[in-house]
Write a protein that binds this ligand. Structure first.
Ligand code: SAH
Length: 276
């Protein structure tokens, strides 16, 4: 038969001595890009973050080395300079390195810092964008970031700045200038009360809808639909924990009508059921 694609062929062969900064998406392995998967299959080593889901890590072939760059035992984060040095050392040893990062490598999460470090040392690198949690988790929670009648712009903002600087005032300031925007706050659940208070102080109605999305796109996804005036109480009640996104704006009203996501059985549950 002619015309059948060769499924084993890959249009993105990994180069030696190169670091690929690859977006792993928010959790569902189905959201990996074709390019990400090709590179993972051909890597010598995958250096991965805490945010990369177990289901995505199951896509890494058995023969590929793995280095965890999230939390060490004792819960201390691996210092960024150690991660940077590891990437340089592996590339200089001639390895094909996949640096796998949650979501998109250039949306928060320090991908830019790693790329700059490599560039300054003359290490070859490539960026493979991933699907950011901001778009994926909202879609899976039934929330369109924009809709002509609800929101004309979207703001991605972090709840935590450099050296733990707190950014709730900045979040409120952004809202002040963009009253019809959807606000997506990363790394903000630990400061939810302060963020909501700053928004109310900045003139936002306490009834403005809010969605809190925990472990979005995974089998454990939870969404809490609430409002600015009671989000922090509802989050405590739901025992909401990181990683979670805070989505604020009128578009959240659509979540009730667009609730489509049915988590697939977990990979291991499925295997257990089929006996494999
Ligand atoms: N580069 C990543 C963001 C890194 S910052 C991206 O593009 O998505 C880490 C923050 O991202 C978390 O604190 C959380 O706010 C958010 N996040 C990442 N994955 C998530 C997920 N599956 N569910 C909910 N929030 C997530």
């Amino acid at each position: 038969m002619h015309g059948q694609p060769d499924r084993s062929s890959c249009r993105f062969p990994a180069r030696r001595s190169c670091v690929y900064l690859v977006g792993a998406g928010p959790g569902d392995p189905g959201l990996l890009t074709v390019k990400a998967l090709c590179l993972i299959n051909r890597a010598d080593v995958v250096v991965y973050d805490r945010l990369v889901s177990d289901d995505v890590m199951r896509m890494v072939p058995a023969g590929v080395s793995r280095i965890f760059a999230g939390k060490e035992t004792g819960n201390h984060p691996v210092p960024q300079h150690e991660i940077n040095d590891t990437l340089v050392r592996l590339a200089r040893a001639g390895r094909k390195v996949v640096r796998l990062k949650g979501g998109d490598p250039f949306v928060f999460g320090r991908g830019a810092e790693e790329a700059l470090y490599l560039a300054e040392r003359g290490i070859d690198f490539e960026i493979v964008p991933g699907i950011t949690s901001a778009t994926a988790c909202t879609s899976y929670a039934g929330i369109p970031l924009t809709h002509r009648d609800y929101a004309q712009s979207v703001i991605f903002i972090t709840g935590h700045g450099r050296k733990g600087k707190l950014l709730e005032k900045e979040i409120a300031r952004q809202y002040g200038g963009n009253r019809n925007a959807t606000l997506v706050v990363f790394m903000g659940v630990g400061r939810l009360r302060q963020i909501m208070a700053a928004l109310i102080e900045g003139g936002m109605s306490r009834d403005t809808p809010v969605a809190l999305i925990e472990r979005g796109t995974t089998a454990d996804q939870r969404r809490v639909l609430t409002a600015v005036g009671r989000a922090s109480i509802d989050a405590v009640e739901a025992e909401l924990a990181a990683p979670a996104l805070i989505v604020i704006g009128k578009v959240v009203e659509l979540a009730g009508r667009l609730d489509w996501f049915v988590p697939a059985p977990r990979y291991d549950e499925e295997c257990a059921q089929s006996g494999s």
